[in-house]
Design a protein around this ligand. Sequence first.
Ligand SMILES: NC(=O)c1ccc[n+]([C@@H]2O[C@H](COP(=O)([O-])OP(=O)(O)OC[C@H]3O[C@@H](n4cnc5c(N)ncnc54)[C@H](O)[C@@H]3O)[C@@H](O)[C@H]2O)c1
Length: 382
Amino acid sequence: MNTVRFGIVGIGKQGTLYTKFFTKAGSVLKGAKLTAVCDIDEGRRAYAEKNLPGVRVFEDYKEMFASGLIDAVMVETPHYFHPQIAMDALDAGLNVLCDKPAGVYTKQVRELNEKAKQHPELLFGMMFNQRTNPLYIKAKQLIDSGELGEMKRIVWIITDWYRPKAYYDQGGWRGTWNGEGGGVLLNQCPHQLDLFTWLAGMPETVTSQLATRGRDISVENDVTAMCTFRNGASGVFITSTHDAPGTNRLEITGDCGKIVIEKGKLVFTKNAVPEPEFSKTNTVFMGKPKTKKITYGGKAYYLRFRKHPPQHLGIIKNYTDYLLGKTKDFTAPGEQGINGLTFSNAIHLSGWLGKTVTLPFDEDLFLSELEKRKAEETAANT
Ligand SMILES: NC(=O)c1ccc[n+]([C@@H]2O[C@H](COP(=O)([O-])OP(=O)(O)OC[C@H]3O[C@@H](n4cnc5c(N)ncnc54)[C@H](O)[C@@H]3O)[C@@H](O)[C@H]2O)c1
């Protein structure tokens, strides 16, 4: 294959943004071509007919899959449909790049992963565009290389997803159990939940509190979750869509120091001696390890260390290059989509049940609890 021919399912806000990458990014997306799009909405199809010359427009994604016009499918519909469309694409012999989240509940995403496993000849990727951010890449290097030492704690406060009443008043699928299966956890946070598990690994237990504050919606817009890891480390994940001003601060502490990512910079405060060793050998009352600060960030850093073009374009380029054999480094393998979603589902389940959830949790129980909320929402709206 010299060129990857892409077809996009769903050309709403995000799908349309991606069509522009193909038409405007030029040589950055060398080897990638948009050949077809599909949407069930007549207005979106009319838009495509007018604005995407040479791109075939379909109403039914299965017809697009059978057309012979595409090699890879980008899934850009509301989340509930992601796993089924991705599985249908794999069944049709097509590669898949699925947007976040991989789905709404892990039981279905597990099926998708099984299907992908049956098709090792096809490439399954996730649109985890935040994995192209050099600061998160640096954090992963510091952790995986052992420079940070054994992890003690990871804390992410991500409360700068401000969404006013007008956002939820738009209606549609957003902000509903029936339309998207959750609130801030499903819509705004999949990237951070992915990065949290990408950096720290999977938690063993999750305890959370969910709330809906100041907005007339049935889903959560305020979350405080605590988790524990196998090595005894602990984690905290706090998010909301109603804090103004909000915060976005990730802090990871290990034996050898602390990583803080905030305001476009990563500061690594490195202990001269690992903390356990210091504590054993230090004789000074209230002594502390000596530290050195190393800062990564700023425009020059981004330009020098960016592996790919940024964000979504970077993921599409990496996906294309991997498929064409131009790189051996695949940024966001599809089967990893379940990790952040597992954490997300565990946070929901713990909040719903009012108790600590141990992983792996009961996926049927999760689904029945979700169905209960969907039914309550339907009843309240009729
Ligand atoms: N990676 C990111 O940073 C990012 C950012 C925003 C949105 N997203 C994801 O993109 C997805 C879409 O979000 P959006 O904001 O574009 O939503 P949207 O509602 O604007 O667009 C969704 C489109 O899908 C179409 N659609 C629904 N079912 C379909 C089907 N069966 N076949 C074909 N078309 C169908 C709808 O008609 C609509 O045009 C969501 O899952 C969201 O989480 C990802």
